[in-house]
Design a protein around this ligand. Sequence first.
Ligand code: SAM
Ligand code: SF4
Length: 333
Amino acid sequence: MDQPRKIEDQFGRNHNYLRISLTDRCNLRCFYCMPEEGIEWTSREDLMSLEEIYEIAKTFVDLGVTKIRLTGGEPLVRKNVEFLLRQLADLPVELAITTNGILVDKFIDLFEEIGLNHINLSLDSLDKDKNLFITKRDYFDKIMGNLDLMLNRGLKVKINAVLVRGVNDNEILDFIDFTKDKKVDMRFIEFMPFSGNRWEPEKGISLAEILNLAESKYGEKLTRIEDAANDTAKNYRISGYKGTFGVISSVTNPFCDTCNRIRLTSNGRLKNCLFSNDETDLLTPLRQGNDIVPLIHQAIQSKKKVRAGMDTLEQFSNPELNEDNRSMISIGG
Ligand code: SAM
Ligand code: SF4
């Protein structure tokens, strides 16, 4: 039977955005992502080769994927990543990357050359010591230098900050002020539960809390910006500021209705939802020379309507349910 050239689920959601994790290794140890006790690294033989990544990506593009984001772990620590970047840039897709920024200076010429100009940079604090506390590594100056480098070269930068109560929630207004002179889209991400990251519902900061704070400081200068299609953030601007800010609240305000995302882990497992423990092995059948297209359709057909079936906040807050997943570092955010 002919397979449709569109990856649609049973709720009519068209999946045209693929996020590929290139590695589960990283040069940082952010506490909300990498469990303190460590993880079992994917062995070299289990890791998709760069050629396999390209082949799988091409299959997805043939099925209607129009955007590919590279993530990890830290995608830029993957050996010979430049080879893959060049190949993927030739596909008819918007190519994007999520990075902690440490290695950006080594790749910026290549980004420009291949037209990779959508960069999400993770930065959870504007304070050097706090950054060290969160990431457990001392790269703050390097990351800030690379942020300026990207902005000077005219790249479109979104900054992801995971807000955790008692850690960096006192910096919300500092981050918004940061958008005054820097042309960045600041995005506050609600802390999400994954295996081994000691999440508790009280540690998350909601959209309402952020807006109350912003309103009390900026009053009528705070304005809502219209959402782009499939945008996961609610976006705002302080009038007169160069940048914008947005809030992504998967915990208190899930955006599953418009979800168009598929994730591929570095060992070639398709995840139909960030929070789902169901994985479909694409790598083994690919290595055996089998067609992976029917497997992709089956995996997306079995996608649940909301957060892998954890519809309510009560279910989502239950560790027996929300910890039954990989840690974020091995999923690829
Ligand atoms: N190393 C790259 C980076 O840090 O940008 C890419 C991988 S990282 C897993 C992708 C994104 O996931 C980052 O923006 C990070 O902040 C986010 N993330 C990781 N753990 C998270 C959690 N528990 N809750 C919310 N976001 C999380
Ligand atoms: Fe590494 Fe990114 Fe996870 Fe931090 S958030 S540990 S930089 S993968």
